[in-house]
Design a protein around this ligand. Structure first.
Ligand code: NAD
Length: 443
């Protein structure tokens, strides 16, 4: 099939590359000229394992093209995806300006019947708004070739995006006409993944429900961790105890310094906003969000408690990305940690295996941030080590070396990577999330 995709972010680009890989003819369209130039040169602007080689292979095979020219991009396309950003507005509401602008461009440029498919995460009812907008524009243009619409929310995880797309647990398609379900089955047939068919509204809500459920699991275990610390229990042991129950399972049940990324925070906020819009008041999802905000402050609360202040400290920070396998720092706990430290007069020496360029792009050159070439370099002369991202590279450091480089042998482990008892035996003070005996070592 000939497919056009609006947006070459994590979702649009991965969708384009993977659909090309299974034999479709893809044109990816973006308004960001730099991104398109980089992609035309065979270089992905985002870090995603396996993406560059798949990108280059499909470009060489002539199945994958990139352009900023929307009109040229969608000419003769059977199917047009919208995969642009839907960031949160200050109210929590999803900002639909990019989705509606893409829909407007599609309607203004279509030159024949097409199936328009929305992949962006949007509030329930947006699909109908998109359809109304396209109908109006087509009417104004005086053309009558018509269009169909489907909602096809995306569930990929950054860091595993390619395999999530190729071997998805399920594909959700929301539509109102049998012919649309048939077209979507044809598109995805080579993947051999079960397709769940439903209404457009149900598909839109399924995406928020999935993300909110996972975010709730994380905030749930972080809430249990808070009590565990106080009562002398270990949240890791509690996780083993409850996660072995097949009704619960251990996934998304690791206590830590909070979830980040472009999806969970904004989607939980957007869901809360929908509740308020429909007169359903504040509820579970406000609590999930505020537990997460509090959790992102945990590491600096510990540092303040331990040193009695943050001003004048130099902190070694291991990890900048919101999770391993990506360079994405949107809503990353590392940002809250760094910005709190800076606000209170501390400096940061940071290292991340892939997100250093992203940190430089976000924060530029500043005296209170030194981006270090290695995790060991970040430790040199620092007052404490703070770990925020569970990169495999951080799991088994040379603790003797760590000790010689730090000014104080103290580790604040925001991801519970280490064995606290072993570290204490090696002469470190150690703080982990939801682990007992934290308060004993305050200076
Ligand atoms: P992103 O911000 O990484 O990329 C969006 C891209 O769209 C940008 O390159 C931007 O320049 C482009 N764009 C904006 N307006 C455009 C227009 N009118 N025409 C063409 N391009 C335009 O976003 P993302 O992370 O890929 O997310 C896209 C959507 O998918 C969001 O709604 C998000 O919630 C959802 N989603 C994201 C993930 C994820 O892991 N990132 C997973 C599932 C769903």
């Amino acid at each position: 099939m000939r497919v056009a995709i609006f947006g070459t972010g994590y979702v649009g680009l991965v969708t384009g590359v993977c659909l090309a890989e299974i034999g479709h003819e893809i044109t990816c369209i973006d308004i960001n000229c730099e991104k398109i130039a980089s992609l035309q040169g065979g270089k992905s602007p985002i870090y995603e394992p396996g993406l560059d080689s798949l990108l280059q292979r499909n470009m060489q095979a002539g199945r994958l093209k990139f352009t900023t020219d929307a009109q040229r991009g969608i000419v003769h396309s059977d199917l047009i995806f919208i995969a642009v950003g839907t960031p949160a507005l200050p109210s929590g509401e999803a900002d639909l300006q990019y989705v509606m602008a893409a829909a407007q461009t599609i309607a203004a440029s279509m030159n024949g019947y097409a199936l328009v498919v929305n992949k962006s995460t949007v509030p329930v009812g947006t699909g109908h708004k998109i359809q109304r907008l396209i109908s109006e524009v087509l009417q104004q243009r005086g053309v009558d070739f018509g269009f169909d619409f489907a909602s096809n929310p995306e569930f990929l995880k950054q860091g595993d995006a390619i395999s999530d797309f190729m071997k998805a647990d399920r594909i959700i398609v929301g539509a109102e006409r049998t012919v649309v379900f048939e077209r979507m089955q044809e598109l995805y047939r080579p993947l051999d993944v079960p397709i769940i068919e439903m209404s457009v509204c149900s598909a839109e809500l399924s995406k928020y429900a999935a993300n909110a459920f996972l975010a709730t699991k994380i905030s749930f275990i972080n809430e249990i961790a808070r009590l565990a610390e106080r009562v002398g229990a270990d949240v890791g042991q509690v996780r083993d105890g409850i996660g072995s129950d097949s009704r619960i399972n251990p996934y998304f049940l690791k206590a830590g310094c909070g979830y980040g990324g472009s999806c969970f925070p904004k989607d939980v906020k957007a869901l809360s906003w929908m509740y308020r819009q429909h007169g359903l008041g504040d509820g579970l999802f406000d609590a999930v969000d505020s537990i997460n905000s509090r959790q992102k402050q945990l590491l600096t609360d510990w540092l303040r408690g331990y040193f009695g202040r943050l001003s004048g400290l130099t902190i070694a920070l291991w990890g900048l990305a919101f999770k391993p396998g990506t360079d994405d720092m949107r809503e990353a706990p590392s940002r809250v940690v760094m910005e709190t430290l800076w606000r209170e007069g501390a400096r940061v020496q940071a290292y991340d295996p892939v997100a250093m360029g992203e940190a430089k792009r976000i924060y530029g050159e500043r005296t209170e941030l030194r981006l270090c070439p290695s995790k060991e370099d970040a430790l040199q002369g620092a007052d404490a080590l703070v770990v925020v991202t569970e990169w495999p590279d951080f799991v088994q450091p040379d603790w003797q070396l760590v000790k010689t480089k730090l000014r104080h042998p103290v580790v604040f482990d925001g991801r519970n990577l280490y064995d606290g008892r072993q570290l204490r035996d090696t002469g470190f003070d150690y703080f982990g999330v939801g682990r007992p005996c934290q308060q004993v070592k305050m200076r």
